[in-house]
Design a protein around this ligand. Structure first.
Ligand SMILES: [Zn+2]
Length: 565
């Protein structure tokens, strides 16, 4: 139910129709009111910003006239507590005509004609000026794009830039910088209606209400939600003004709201779920419990892995600002190519982070051939997922995969196998000064029980053992890994199972045939003198049989020390 025309319903019905005209003066005024309410009235948002300045900013003041802006260096600005700037979060969607390069830096410092900039940048300048923010940080203008040193240094400071911005303007609806984001929204936000009905207020005055059902909308469909770089920009921004494809929305530390639409309380606002999770992970009570931090990190990484990158090598850099902030609030954790390791604590969060998988499919070897046949046909339609060629992540990092990854929600029900121990973990960054950036190589030295996979010509039947025969569920990580698994089964390659988790408790797995209570680990193949990961496995109880503890303890051999690259 929405408030209709006439205002007698206004005090009683807070939901209003969507305002799709995000470039209207009413919309600009509303954004201004949100900002004033937040910056002056919200205790928890008040301490934000002031005094901090990025290396360069775009000066929006009208000294050069309405039609010009210029790039300024922060040392020339002498920032005070009153100096605030906005950031622009947007999709490049291809190259930009106007960028700051070594050759254009000087002329950009003299002045840039606004009309020469791409439409999204022009719209952002309009919004920032209407909010009376005098400076704007835009990557394409404030980073010297053809100076690798400047790019690396500026990217490593991005967490500070976004976090200390007064507000972040998000061009969420625009898939390219040429699109702009202030045009009226054309889609119908309602599935049924609106049906306008008369409404009589308690004081007998007449107005109207509108009945609607909302059309399916998911902020996940916004172009901004599909781009990897943009995630950290919206997470770190203290205040986010989002121009979505439906309407204008606001998110700060206290309030999430939008210009029209259903009223929802501040918490649980789906459009800003990632921000809510991020905020929770950063709260004091969250990082005093390490498992919370890791739980949110896993959620973050799953959501990040669904976003696309134009340059595959950017996988770590595009997450580096968030990782840096995470390291800052969780000082006991060490960053390892997208995973976190704690060497000083009794609990090792790293082992559970190794249990990422992909929606490639399950590859099941069991006695039941017909079951396998059915699986095969379904698998043929499975989406192909590949090992990344651009990102040099170690095989045990989720970042080594181009495509979505999944973490099972086992919570506290999975335990490190008693024989398994991470002895050493190391990652070499591509550039030493950017420890959260691109990776050159990584090693994990572990000690654990291993079992060689016995080739089988009859792939559906497990090699017979003395113990009660277990089934094994194999889950290759990618198409390439799947080919390796075939080679292992054909005896053309050697493969091993490394027990990492013992399973335990009564957890119910959300994946069929993936028994949470049974031992699990990594499928490994040899890589020169070391090993590399090609997937996950889980032992499973065959129907009508069960393992005794003695069976399981002899299944994996004596613990060996190996290095996984
Ligand atoms: Zn606020």
């Amino acid at each position: 139910m929405l408030r209709g025309s006439g205002n007698s319903a206004a005090p009683y019905i807070s939901s209003r129709p969507f305002n799709g005209y995000v470039g209207s003066s009413a919309s600009f005024q509303l954004a201004g009111r949100w900002l004033v309410e937040c910056s002056e009235g919200h205790e928890e948002c008040r301490s934000l910003a002031g005094g901090f300045c990025p290396t360069r900013l775009v000066d929006l003041k009208r000294g050069l006239g309405l039609d010009f802006v210029k790039v300024v260096s922060s040392w020339s600005l002498r920032p005070t507590r009153e100096t605030v700037y906005a950031t622009l979060s947007y999709c490049w969607g291809g190259d930009q005509a106007i960028k700051t390069l070594r050759s254009t830096l000087q002329s950009h410092q003299a002045g840039i004609k606004i009309s020469s900039l791409s439409q999204t940048l022009q719209d952002a300048i309009k919004v920032a000026r209407s909010l009376r923010v005098e400076f704007l940080w835009i990557d394409s203008l404030c980073i010297v794009q053809d100076d690798p040193r400047d790019v690396t240094e500026e990217i490593s400071r991005m967490s500070d830039y976004y976090e200390n911005a007064f507000i972040c303007i998000s061009a969420a609806s625009a898939s390219s910088c040429n699109e702009g984001f202030l045009q009226p929204r054309s889609g119908n936000p309602y599935h049924h209606g609106p049906f306008e009905l008369p409404y009589r207020g308690p004081d007998n005055s007449m107005g109207s209400i509108k009945l609607v059902t909302y059309a399916d909308y998911s902020s996940a469909l916004e172009p901004a939600k599909a781009r990897a770089w943009i995630m950290q920009e919206s997470l770190l921004a203290p205040r986010l003004l989002s121009y979505s494809y439906r309407n204008l929305a606001w998110s700060c530390r206290r309030v999430n709201c939008s210009d029209g639409g259903p009223y929802r309380p501040a918490h649980g606002w789906h459009d800003f779920k990632e921000r809510e999770n991020w905020r929770r992970s950063q709260r004091e009570d969250a990082h005093s419990h390490e498992s919370f931090s890791i739980k949110y990190w896993k959620e973050l990484v799953q959501s990040y892995s669904r976003r696309g990158l134009t340059v595959p090598e950017d996988k770590f850099p595009a997450l580096s600002a968030v990782a840096q902030k995470y390291a800052h609030t969780n000082s006991s954790l060490k960053y390892l190519a997208g995973l976190w390791h704690n060497t000083s604590h009794k609990c090792h969060p790293l082992f559970s982070q190794l249990f990422w998988t992909t929606p490639l499919y399950e590859f099941r070897f069991s006695h039941n051939l017909s079951f396998l046949g059915e699986r095969y046909s379904r698998n043929l339609e499975a989406k192909s997922i590949h090992r990344s060629r651009g990102c040099l992540a170690p095989s045990w990092s989720w970042a080594a995969i181009d495509g979505p990854i999944i973490y099972e929600d086992w919570g506290d029900h999975m335990f490190e196998a008693s024989n398994f121990k991470i002895l050493d973990a190391r990652v070499d960054a591509e550039i030493q000064q950017a420890p959260f950036g691109a990776v050159r190589s990584g090693w994990l030295t572990v000690k654990g029980g291993m079992r060689e996979i016995v080739p089988s010509t009859e792939v559906a039947v497990l090699p017979s053992t003395e113990m009660v025969q277990p089934g094994v569920v194999y889950r290759p990580d990618s198409e390439e890994d799947n080919k390796d698994l075939y080679k292992i089964m054909n005896g053309r390659m050697q493969g091993w199972l490394l027990e990492v988790a013992s399973g335990g408790g009564n957890a119910k797995s959300t994946t069929p045939h993936w028994n949470a209570n049974m031992p699990k680990g990594l499928i490994l193949v040899a890589d020169r003198a070391d090993y590399r990961r090609i997937g996950l496995f889980s032992l499973e109880n065959e129907r009508d049989s069960s393992f005794s503890n003695t069976d399981l303890s002899s299944y994996f051999g004596e613990p060996q020390t190996i290095t996984i690259v």
